[in-house]
Each structure stands twice: as structure tokens, then as C-alpha cells.
Ligand binder design. Structure first.
Ligand code: GLC
Length: 532
């Protein structure tokens, strides 16, 4: 596609949360046929690849992140034949398909765990992490679950505890056991043989735990209102040096097939994150960069964060950016509807592979979920401090028909209040809508390789405006983002002949600019600086 560059460097990834995308079998939950049916919408949007959150067989305690069979499709989502049809139809349209791989833990209903749990001498006992009680009784150490409480669950029948970093129905697999590694490599091969183009690997920095099971140290910065597991620093439970050996093995497995992509889900500070590219870049291709998910929304801070990330990248490490996902509050909820358009322009003009979270292209809001409708196990275990993830997982808003065209029956989560006006069908008709902004930006990205592959160079930055160049050969684009709701002006380079390629306001596309460019409040511009 781009000479010798791998496809994913110039691609835009679109994350689908399948339960909330499109229901076709009237159970209020999205399914694989729904994704297939919506492929034309994704073509119209202009994305290159879809990453689908887990669709494997699961008791759905953590909505698919608790897998009971890694090589089968859950009936809620459809059949293996539906899945094969989805890949075929996506590929026929030039869309790549990335699956979610959840290797850190399985469901407690997985046959491996049932066998492991059956007795201390079971052949699969060591596939999971079992420990005797502490000498005086109680859990083996102080490790805490991400979803509240101890990370150890007592199994009365065999008198030992098993470790679970998340729910007690999500026991952690023992990645120090070569049989586990071999079994999981076969899972990857199984899906690659079906034609899958890559994997997003769930909580990859969790895979290896301390061999000596030492207590995690207290976190001096912990304060009330934060999730209880943050009371400890996860020194002995995450980001251990040996995790990179495991990831190297996963990468070699993926490399057995041509052109496959490996993405890692990693919540770590930048300097730790970039280690996941691996020595000699033999780690994941893209360690997800979540810096924007929690960034303070001012120009200076964003500029600093971009510079820090660019500076930390290892030689040959390809950058990537994420603005939203199924675990974090919606961008429109964080920065407001109007800044969500500016955020879209930022996501799609920074250097590196962007991932769009489904619904963000509509500016979908963060939805307040009434207590009786809460489904997220995290919120149920740790209520009242705002950790709930249902609010960013509400159904896609397709049109103004019943249930926003998502389902003919009541959906599993409530719709956002704005669905009657704020939906794909309506926004598609409105030239100024955020959906059409996404479409225009994605089209310009295709026409102007400088946006996907060009270099990044900061222009100026003050509190209010963020401006940077993207340059490739003789193509030079200037991106100017107004982070405030009032007008702002920016002086262009002396003698520049410039033309607006994309404005968040649309009306200005194609306008010539000279000398000083003025931006309306909440406006962003992509300016072609080489235009005459
Ligand atoms: C990842 C997933 C999240 C899930 C957790 C446990 O963070 O994104 O949704 O709950 O892993 O699997």
C-alpha cells in the first residue's frame, strides 16, 4: 500500500463494542450479523480496520472479557459461520479485522480452570495461580483485585487460593507454565488461519506476576474516592521484566503469518509504556497510547504530552493515539460536544495510527445510568465513586426509528437521551455535523499521506491554541486547534500561501488564508501550506 510500510501504519482503526453496535436477532444485544450489516456505514465513514471487543464463548460476567472457550463464538453474538461471513465481507470491502485476545485470565467456567480446580494433583493445576493460605490463615499475600477486594479467592474443596486480577470469576492463567503458552499460541494460530488480521491483547502488562509472591507496597498518594486497589503500588503484579519474554513469544507467533498486527492494552506512564515495543522492536507493534484518555484539555498540556511521547518512542517504534474506549468516559462527556470536534481533529492529525471508539464519531455523550440499570461488574463491586463503564457502552444511535435503529426490542443498556436528533442518519444530512467532520478528515488522510506518514513538528503553542506541522516530501500541512470557546488568531509564516483543507466548521473548506488566520471558538483547521 505504501511501499514497504505495513498496512497498519497508515490505517485508521475503529473499535466496535459488539454488544452495543447492532442487534439483528431481537435480544437487545448487538451481534456479528449486525456488524456485517453495518459494514457499508463503516466504508462510508472511511475507516480501514475494525477491532471487535470479545465475541468468544463466555458467561458474560465481564461482558466477554471472561472467556470459557477461546476458539468458539458465543451464541449471543452468533455462530462461527456468521463470523466467517463477517471476515469475508469485511475483506471483500478492504476492511481488516482485529480480534480481542484475553490471555491474562479465563472464565472460571473454562474447561481448563474446571480441571485445574478439580484437585491439587490435576494435570492442569499449574495452569492457574494457586497458593496455600498464609501461615496464620487467610490470603497468601496482600494483592488486590482491580475490581475491588482481595485478588485471592479461597477454594474450600482443595484448601488453596487462586489469584484473580479482576473478578473472582476471572482466574489468572499462569504464563510461567510452558503448556499455557503453547495452548495460547495455538489460539492465535486458530484465528489467524480464519483470516484475522491482528489482535488487541487485553491487559498485556499483567501477564507475569512475582515468582516470590511478595506483598505490594502501600501507595502513599492514595486518596479516598479512588478504586481500592490503588491503595497499593502494583510493583509485584504488573509490568514485570519477564513479561517482555512472553510478549516476544506472542509476537513470533503472530509473525508466523504475513502482515498481522499485535496491539497491547497497557496503562502505564510513557517511559514504561514504550518498553512494550520490545527489544529490537520484537514486542507489540502498537502499545496502546492512552495519554489522551485522561489528558487535561489545554493546549500547553497537550503539547507537552505529545512532545514527551514523540521523544520517548524508540527508533522504529510507530506511534498511535486513542481518544476513547469501552472502559473510559466518552470524550464528548469529558470536553463537551463542541470540543469533541477539535479532539477528533487532533486524533486524526497526530502522527501515528489512530483508534476511534464507536459512537465518538457521533459525539455520543457519557450517559448517566440509573442505579437499577447498572450492568458493569466494576461499578457493582465498587459503587458510588464513578468507575462505572456502562455510560460509555450505550447502544449506537443509527436513526430516529425505535431504539435508534439499534434493536427492535429494549436494549441491554439505556440509550442516550439525545438519540432522536443525534444519530447517524440525521448527522449524515448535516454538513456541519461531527460525523461529517470525521468523514472529511478520514478522506483527507487518504488523499494526503503527510497526515498519516509525515513528520510532526510543533509550530506555536500558548494556553489556547495548539498548532503543529505534518510534513512529507513537499507536502506541508499546518494543524491549528482552538481549545477555547472564544475566537483566537494565529500568525502564519511570512509569505505563506495557504488554503484551508478542513475546518471543523466546514463552511471554510477551500478558503485561502494569508498573514493571520482567525479561528472561531472551538474551531480546528487543517491548512495546506504549500497551496498556491
Ligand atoms: C481490560 C478490558 C476491560 C476488562 C478488563 C479485564 O481492561 O478492556 O473491559 O474488564 O481488561 O479483562
Amino acid at each position: 500500500m505504501n511501499g514497504s510500510r505495513p498496512w497498519w501504519q497508515s490505517a485508521v482503526i475503529y473499535q466496535i463494542y459488539p454488544r452495543s453496535f447492532q442487534d439483528t436477532n431481537d435480544d437487545g444485544i448487538g451481534d456479528l450479523n449486525g456488524i456485517t450489516q453495518r459494514l457499508p456505514d463503516l466504508i462510508d465513514l472511511g475507516v480501514d480496520a475494525i477491532w471487535i471487543s470479545p465475541i468468544f464463548r463466555s458467561p458474560m460476567k465481564d461482558f466477554g472479557y471472561d472467556i470459557s472457550d477461546y476458539v468458539d463464538v458465543d451464541p449471543i453474538f452468533g455462530t462461527m459461520a456468521d463470523f466467517e461471513r463477517l471476515i469475508a465481507e469485511a475483506h471483500a470491502r478492504g476492511i481488516k479485522v482485529i480480534l480481542d485476545f484475553v490471555p491474562n485470565h479465563s472464565s472460571d467456567q473454562h474447561a481448563w480452570f474446571l480441571e485445574s480446580r478439580a484437585s491439587r494433583t490435576s494435570a492442569k493445576r499449574d495452569w492457574y495461580i494457586w497458593r496455600d493460605p498464609a501461615p496464620g490463615g487467610g490470603p497468601p499475600n496482600n494483592w488486590l483485585s482491580e475490581f475491588g477486594g482481595s485478588a485471592w479467592e479461597f477454594d474450600a474443596a482443595t484448601g488453596q487460593y487462586y489469584y484473580h486480577a479482576f473478578l473472582n470469576s476471572q482466574p489468572d492463567l499462569n504464563w510461567r507454565n510452558p503448556e499455557v503458552v503453547a495452548a495460547m499460541r495455538d489460539v492465535l494460530r486458530f484465528w489467524m488461519r480464519k483470516g484475522i488480521d491482528g489482535f488487541r491483547v487485553d491487559v498485556i502488562w499483567h501477564l507475569i506476576k512475582d515468582r516470590q509472591f511478595r506483598d505490594n507496597p502501600p501507595n502513599p498518594n492514595y486518596h479516598a474516592g479512588r478504586p481500592p486497589n490503588e491503595a497499593l503500588i502494583p510493583l509485584y503484579t504488573t509490568d514485570l521484566p519477564e513479561v517482555h519474554d512472553v510478549i516476544g513469544t506472542l509476537r513470533r507467533t503472530v509473525d508466523e503469518f504475513p502482515d498481522r498486527l499485535l496491539i497491547g492494552e497497557i496503562y502505564l506512564p510513557v517511559e514504561r509504556l514504550v518498553a512494550y515495543y520490545g527489544r529490537d522492536l520484537g514486542g507489540v507493534h502498537l502499545p496502546f497510547n492512552f495519554a489522551l484518555l485522561s489528558a487535561r484539555w489545554d493546549a500547553k498540556h497537550l503539547q507537552a504530552l505529545i512532545t514527551e511521547y514523540e521523544g520517548a518512542l524508540p527508533k522504529g517504534g510507530w506511534p498511535n493515539w486513542v481518544l476513547g474506549n469501552h472502559d473510559r468516559p466518552r470524550i464528548a462527556g469529558r470536553v463537551g460536544q463542541r470540543q469533541a470536534a477539535v479532539a477528533a481533529m487532533l486524533l486524526l492529525t497526530l502522527r501515528g495510527t489512530p483508534t476511534i471508539y464507536n459512537g465518538d464519531e457521533l459525539g455520543m455523550p457519557q450517559v448517566d445510568i440509573p442505579r437499577h440499570r447498572v450492568r458493569d461488574p466494576f461499578e457493582r463491586n465498587v459503587p458510588g465513586i464513578g468507575v462505572g463503564r456502562d455510560g460509555c457502552r450505550t447502544p449506537m444511535q443509527w436513526d430516529s426509528s425505535r431504539n435508534a435503529g439499534f434493536s427492535r426490542v429494549d436494549p441491554w443498556l439505556p440509550l442516550a437521551d439525545d438519540w432522536r436528533s443525534n444519530n447517524v442518519a440525521n448527522l449524515r444530512e448535516d454538513a456541519l455535523s461531527i460525523l461529517n467532520l470525521y468523514r472529511r478528515l478520514l478522506r483527507v488522510r487518504k488523499e494526503r499521506p503527510a497526515l498519516s506518514l509525515g513528520s510532526y513538528r510543533p509550530y506555536v503553542v500558548d494556553e489556547d491554541l495548539l498548532a503543529y506541522y505534518r510534513e512529507l516530501n513537499d507536502s506541508r500541512l499546518l494543524i491549528v486547534l482552538n481549545l477555547t470557546d472564544g475566537p483566537q488568531a494565529l500568525k502564519l509564516e511570512e509569505g505563506a500561501h495557504a488554503r484551508i483543507l478542513v475546518s471543523t466548521e466546514a463552511k471554510r473548506d477551500g478558503d485561502l488564508v494569508k498573514g493571520t488566520v482567525t479561528l472561531a471558538g472551538d474551531e480546528g483547521l487543517v491548512i495546506d501550506m504549500a497551496s498556491r
